[in-house]
Design a protein around this ligand. Structure first.
Ligand SMILES: Cc1cc2nc3c(=O)[nH]c(=O)nc-3n(C[C@H](O)[C@H](O)[C@H](O)COP(=O)(O)OP(=O)(O)OC[C@H]3O[C@@H](n4cnc5c(N)ncnc54)[C@H](O)[C@@H]3O)c2cc1C
Length: 440
């Protein structure tokens, strides 16, 4: 029996969830009593949901159980910055190899189409916006991050614009950045609304259990997963619990979950909006430095800030971590928008980027119809969506070039055990944060 010791927690005030139009709608029950299913999935984020949808398409008669410790939309899938990135992203930088980049692009755009289809077919109200994305630098020392991005874009003939400070002031409403590369096909949205909408769209043969942390697993010809007062028995079990995967005993020394934090302001007043953003379209920006700040001006006129990288082996944050992040968010916000220094942050929260050292994901067949998918390396809206989809194909023995690519690039490298992992990660993150300078 594998006992789970670390569990997902709420980690602050979850801005996207709280501002999501359907947040009070309950569509999952708590797991109580003995339940029987053909397939159980633990983890209802983008990965688990995509997997559940595809499994249901391929096996319309199967009884599929999908269980999460929190309510759908409260996990990391509902806490992120809301970018669905079409291009090979800096955080996701694998080999500098055109064939590799083209396949990542194909997989990412496949995920965007699939999520768009759910959004349209089920009228998911998630502020979906085909806004593109700016990758920007404030510091001269970080301009080289943009140059290497441009090399990837040119090699692959991806469309982009190279923008100067003056043009950025006009398009972003801030003169903070020296230069940015704009790429047109990134999607921005409220990630909690979208993930909840995708869950609501599940067909009737998928039964959702929310607020039901799995506390133990017994692996065998029938897998049993237990919550307090309930269990599910099934022949097939798939774990899509991301940063919590090692708790379930199948993946060891492969993951480096990095805590990061986000804040969302109250909505801007008409006068503030006119003063700073007159004629500016909502936008999303990531940093040329991997430890830099992500910023958005949202469709509902709020400003979103994400930064701070920390290693928390407990896999949860605390009020002091949240307070330190809030203080950094204030500094980053006021530097970019000095005229808005009077605005308060309505929400500040934390969540984990489930990193691997070589940026490859976990896509694992453990035998006995037991599988693990995880390690989305900070780009999980697109990556989790395609990994979940293709894990369903793998289980159903459906072959494709995409699945072959995923199988060939899912060998995450070894991470030393704690305390070495924690010490190493903290030194590295401190070093990266110092180097990011004013891009934080
Ligand atoms: C602040 C922030 C900003 C980010 N920005 C972006 C972005 O803009 N774009 C992007 O693509 N990615 C972004 N990411 C990363 C992205 O959110 C993740 O890659 C994505 O959520 C991974 O999806 P997933 O389904 O694999 O995992 P998760 O979303 O983590 O889902 C796993 C689920 O498993 C559940 N679980 C864990 N343990 C148990 C248990 N014992 N019992 C039951 N359930 C359990 C959890 O509650 C959770 O809901 C960001 C992350 C953070 C924290």
């Amino acid at each position: 029996m594998q006992t789970i010791k670390k569990f997902p927690k709420i980690d602050g005030d979850l801005g996207w969830y709280e501002t999501s139009p359907g947040k009070d709608e309950v569509f999952g029950e708590r797991l109580k009593g003995v339940q029987h299913a053909d397939i159980t999935i633990i983890g209802a984020g983008y990965t688990g949901l995509s997997l559940a949808h595809r499994l249901a398409e391929l096996n319309p008669d199967a009884r599929i159980a999908l269980v999460d410790a929190l309510r759908v939309g409260q996990g990391t899938s509902g806490r992120n910055a809301g970018f669905i990135i079409d291009l090979p992203h800096n955080l996701d930088a694998g080999k500098p190899d055109i064939e590799h980049d083209q396949m990542l692009y194909r997989l990412n755009t496949f995920s965007i189409s699939r999520l768009r289809e759910f959004k349209e077919r089920h009228s998911i109200d998630c502020n979906w916006h085909h806004a593109g994305k700016y990758m920007a630098a404030h510091e001269t020392s970080n301009l080289e991050g943009l140059d290497s991005f441009v090399t990837t874009l040119r090699n692959n003939r991806f469309k982009y614009e190279d923008l100067s400070s003056a043009e950025l002031k006009r398009r972003l409403g801030t003169e903070y950045y020296q230069r940015a590369i704009y790429t047109p096909d990134n999607i921005l949205m409220n990630p909690s609304s979208l993930v909840r909408g995708v869950a609501k769209a599940l067909p009737a043969n998928v039964r959702v259990f929310e607020q039901s942390p799995i506390i133990a697993c017994e692996y065998g010809s029938t897998h049993v997963v237990r919550s307090v007062g309930g269990e599910i028995r099934s022949r097939c079990l798939i774990q899509t619990t991301n940063s919590f995967s090692e708790e379930f005993g199948q993946v060891q020394n492969r993951l480096a979950p990095v805590f990061t934090y986000a804040s969302l302001t109250e909505p801007l007043s008409d006068s503030d909006y006119q003063a700073c953003f007159n004629g500016v379209e909502p936008w999303g920006l990531t940093s040329a430095h991997p430890a830099g700040t992500t910023v958005r001006l949202t469709n509902d006129r709020r400003i979103f800030i994400r930064n701070v990288l920390d290693f928390e082996p407990q896999l949860s944050s605390n009020v002091h971590g949240l307070d330190a992040a809030w203080q950094q968010h204030r500094r980053s916000f006021e530097r970019r928008f000095p005229k808005l220094a009077h605005m308060v942050f309505q929400y500040t929260w934390g969540g984990m980027l489930c990193m691997t050292l070589n940026h490859q994901s976990v896509f694992m067949d453990c035998g006995d119809e037991l599988y693990v998918v995880g390690g989305c390396n900070g780009v999980g809206v697109a990556k989790g969506t395609y990994l979940g989809y293709y894990m369903a194909d793998y289980i159903n023995q459906k072959s494709s070039a995409e699945l072959d690519f995923i199988l060939a690039h899912s060998q995450p490298s070894w991470v030393p055990p704690d305390p070495l992992r924690t010490i190493g990660a903290r030194i590295r993150l401190k070093y990266e944060s110092r180097n990011a300078g004013g891009d934080i």
